[in-house]
Design a protein around this ligand. Sequence first.
Ligand SMILES: Cc1ncc(COP(=O)(O)O)c(C=O)c1O
Length: 309
Amino acid sequence: MNTGCFDEVISRRGTNCAKYDEMDEKYGKDILHCGVADMDFRAPEPIREACRKVTDHGIYGYTNLPSCYPAVVGEWIRREYGCRVEDEWILFSPRINIGLNMAVETFTKPGDRIIVHTPAYPALTDAVNKHGRIMIGSPLGWDGTRWSMNFDAMESKMDASVKMMILCNPHNPTGRVWEAEDLKAVESFCLRHELFLLSDEIHADIIREGRRFCSILSLSEPMRKRMIVYQSVTKTFNIPGIMFSNMIIPDDSMRQAMKATVDREGFHNPNIFAAAVIKPAYQECGPWKEELNRCLDENMSLLAGYLKE
Ligand SMILES: Cc1ncc(COP(=O)(O)O)c(C=O)c1O
């Protein structure tokens, strides 16, 4: 695939984009806005081609997911992250943020307490606080080289009202990619306290050289009965405006409960562009992601060198 396009400067101003137009209004035009997590690269060509077909057809009616949806997502998870996943575990959610909110509503009650590691991506804390649940903010520790979870501090806050932990992996905003041993520690903590575990893995594909992403899907069967994994390739391919994501729910009764919530909330159809891009994104754009990561590695070392100077 001719991936190209990582060195073109493309103006996004005047497109109602949250990253520039909204931030210009708040903070002025003279700064480089980094507060919204999308990139300034054009999406891979197979995705743009699928969008062009939809646009040119000209009828933008209610649309269903393609029948290949769970299979292409499952294949990506097995290939990219080396985890076991059954296609039937995979449910669609328009956005990860919506899926997280739905799980908080489905599996906890107002007044229940939920652990979130801090600093936190604001939508995770909103999922707790805006639903009348009580957040236990558990500060990550910094040892001069990397961030870590503080299990002793978490332990000291536990009682029967704590029902859930929300993990962010890779962690936004610190960038920490949790390793197998971190996830094992999360697992034994959650099982001991009978917590549900939600893992927001939206940045799984954007990984620096030498690191390997490890999903909570690799944890044990007892933990799989209490987990929901949130993944999406909308960050990967810089298409978060198209809005689609996956909720991976290994346990059948949890999955049925979430299906009932999705039905109650009325999310019956995906966006027409989401339906069109899912197959090409998962099946044809892997090489673009590899090139993106190489480009980001170079940008990181350029920035690090510049700051050092
Ligand atoms: C950690 C994290 N989760 C979720 C989202 C949003 O995902 P979605 O657009 O699917 O709601 C973001 C966006 O910045 C994010 O950084």
